[in-house]
Write a protein that binds this ligand. Structure first.
Ligand code: IVH
Length: 666
């Protein structure tokens, strides 16, 4: 039985754990431990309703809001920012400010923050407790969205400070990370959002807080509204540090410099490079004069301050014309429509292709060849067609071809799915090449020297017809090709030989059974331990495997019911592919319990490295602490590397990292 004092301690403890997990990215306890304490808290609150504390973590999901949101008048107006689209416009903005202040430009200390692409929210705390969260609205009157705001775990319900200010309004951006957005858009029961900003806005305006809880959002502060407290501030950067102290997350890429044209240029280049690696979308950089005294002297013009400007990144949304649609055949024969566009400059690159996903998407967009369309490019992902802006004068319907554009076999709709598949199977050259590429790829047999271009050429020449042919390659087959030579050919054959010793789960992944990816293969390998047991398993047994549903189970069964597939597997084993059956389980998560931090410029996309590490059992965090096991430091690694050095945390460069991964994959 909990006493009232135990209850109070439990609330405080859970809030500390929550802050460590959601704000500092450095968990103090396991999820199970957190959940157990949370349940205890729920039970004691049910038994003693009069104990309930407003900052109890159970209060994050409250009642469903009524159909209209209450209006809230902001004590201090919520402003907007003037935009600058070039370096000259940015410098001019501060030249004017310096002139007005009658000081040289160089004496302005500029604070640079990423411009988070979400929605502006004002959080009002009274005596340290969250009173409400409100949208910006027209800047003067916003809407009360406290019910969904409270579900955001990085927003403290109670400020972490002993003597809180009487009133504090924390202003900042609520946003959805790119990875949460991707997952949300993949889930079937949610209508798809165009971008993370719309998804965040849609989530905040949900009436049901439970629904908001399922779409995790984050909050990062960037300024202060009403304030009455003891602490005094002379700089904007001090306010941001204060927010960090009282329990908020910080914008990770803040940077201060003296105002010179070169410094603005360098800062822009720094952020442009970082942009694709950030977990959230940013649409520019906000430059602010750090000195609050100078800010006050400058004041405002219309709705924006004269001491801050938003340097916007080039538009990521553009309109163009849909010239044609081609159908690409993938590894499993699925035909994907690809839009061929009138080339257009978007987000800093020229784009002439965009993905259309499937025929349902084309129907949803009501898209025809000849239409003027809007395309969206986010970071380094493939551009997406988002809507039809104007119908073309001559509109041509987009139809799924009845025959495969590569092998002419018939094309059929996959039962209960939106996708269509070429029925050519292994006679389809596109499928053969894609299958071989997949088999040799990094997450499969990892034959790095056998690149995708080379595979395509070897397929075209009829040397590679299936994956077993990889092991039948002779030096001549490769050395006679243009640009290869004997030395290279020998290296490639050695790499093929070296890749034969693998893991059961890797081999299963490499077979390319539909729906069986890396983690599915691991689960199957862990459960069955041997290929023979898996080959003969019935559907009832297969669905017992964690995370294996009836679709995957059926695919596995269908795969092994096929004589050609069984022959292929036998041929691969006969060619010398082996694994150590005892290692299946113990090797699955060699990095379990480890926390990694990635920093600096790395040669592969961060999410790929992150997935790899997570696949090996590690947790990847964004900040360095004493709990960090390893910091992977790429080129130009800065403060995190320094922190790791100071804390004595192990640092690996990329070469050492690749060696480690290589040795773990053996
Ligand atoms: S400062 C008085 N800083 O951009 C200055 N705004 O285009 C108020 N935003 O409404 C804004 N990141 O929602 C500031 N680091 C940042 C920001 C930021 C995103 C948003 C904010 C504002 C909009 C203006």
């Amino acid at each position: 039985m909990m006493t009232y004092v135990d209850y109070q301690k439990c609330v405080a403890q859970l809030n500390v754990w929550n802050h460590a997990y959601h704000v500092l990215d450095a968990p103090l306890v396991s999820d199970a431990e957190f959940d157990a304490a949370f349940r205890q808290l729920q039970i004691s609150e049910q038994k003693n309703p009069d104990w309930l504390m407003p900052e109890s973590p159970t209060q994050r999901v409250g009642d469903i809001a009524s159909s209209t949101f209450k209006k809230i008048t902001h004590d201090v107006k919520m402003l907007s920012l003037a935009n600058a689209f070039s370096i000259d416009e940015t410098v001019d903005f501060f030249v004017k400010a310096a002139k007005e202040l009658a000081i040289p430009l160089l004496q302005l200390s500029i604070f640079s923050e990423s411009k988070l692409d979400g929605l502006a929210i004002s959080l009002r705390y009274e005596n340290g407790l969250l009173r409400y969260g409100a949208t910006r609205g027209d800047g003067e009157i916003g809407e009360d969205v406290t019910h969904t705001i409270k579900t955001i775990q990085s927003i403290p319900l109670k400020l972490q400070i002993d003597t809180p200010p009487d009133v504090l309004e924390v202003r900042g951006e609520v946003f959805m990370t790119k990875s949460v957005f991707e997952k949300l858009n993949q889930s079937e029961n949610v209508r798809s959002f165009v971008n993370p900003r719309n998804a965040a806005a849609g989530t905040i305006r949900q009436l049901n807080p439970k629904a908001a809880m399922e779409r995790p959002l984050q909050f990062i502060p960037y300024g202060m509204g009403a304030y009455s407290g003891e602490r005094e501030f002379t700089r904007h950067s001090e306010i941001l540090s204060y927010f960090g102290e009282i329990g908020f997350k910080s914008n990770p890429n803040n940077h201060a410099f003296w105002a010179t044209k070169t410094a603005f240029e360098q800062d822009y280049q720094r952020m442009e490079k970082l942009r694709d690696f950030l977990p959230m979308e940013i649409d520019g950089i906000v430059y602010k004069i750090d000195d609050l005294n100078l800010q006050e002297k400058l004041g405002f013009i219309a709705r924006s301050p004269k001491w801050a400007v938003a340097r916007k990144f080039p538009a990521q949304v553009m309109t163009t014309t849909l010239l044609d649609v081609d159908f690409q055949v993938g590894r499993t024969g699925v035909l994907t429509p690809v839009a061929r566009l009138e080339p257009v400059f978007v987000g800093g690159v020229t784009v002439s292709n965009a993905t259309l996903h499937n025929m349902d998407e084309i129907e949803r967009l009501n898209l025809c060849i000849g239409d003027k369309i809007e395309i969206h490019r986010a970071g380094d992902v493939i551009p997406k067609v988002t809507k039809v802006v104007a119908e073309g004068e001559t509109r041509q319907n987009i139809v799924m071809p009845s025959h495969c554009p590569v092998c002419s076999s018939s094309v059929q709709r996959i039962e209960n799915q939106t996708a269509y598949r070429c029925s050519g199977g292994l006679i389809c050259a596109a499928q053969i090449a894609e299958r071989i590429k997949y088999y040799a790829s990094r997450n499969c047999m990892n034959i790095r020297q056998l690149g995708t271009k080379l595979i395509e050429v070897l397929c075209e020449q009829g040397i590679l017809n299936n994956v077993v042919d990889i092991y039948r390659l002779q030096i001549d087959d490769i050395s006679k090709l243009e640009g290869q030579g004997e030395k290279n050919a020998t290296k490639i054959l050695a790499a093929i030989e070296g890749s034969k010793h693998t893991k059961f789960s890797t081999f299963l992944t490499a077979l390319g059974i539909p729906e069986v990816g890396e983690s599915g293969a691991k689960n199957l390998a862990r459960y069955f331990e041997s290929l023979e047991k898996l080959r003969t398993a019935d559907i009832e047994t297969l669905v017992q495997v964690p995370d294996v549903g009836s679709v995957t189970a059926n695919n596995v069964r269908t795969f092994f019911d096929d004589a050609a597939n069984n022959q292929l597997v036998d041929d691969l084993l006969a060619a010398g592919v082996t694994w150590d059956e005892n290692k299946i389980v113990e090797n699955l998560q060699p990095l379990a319990e480890q926390t990694w931090v990635l920093t600096g410029t790395l040669s592969s996309p961060r999410n790929e490295i992150k997935e790899k590490l997570e696949g090996l059992g590690a947790k990847v965090s964004s900040s360095v602490s004493a709990k960090t096991t390893v910091v992977l430091a790429g080129e130009a690694a800065g403060s995190k590397r320094k922190q790791a050095e100071d804390l004595g945390v192990k640092i690996l460069d990329e070469t050492q990292f690749l060696e480690l991964i290589e040795s773990l994959s053996k």
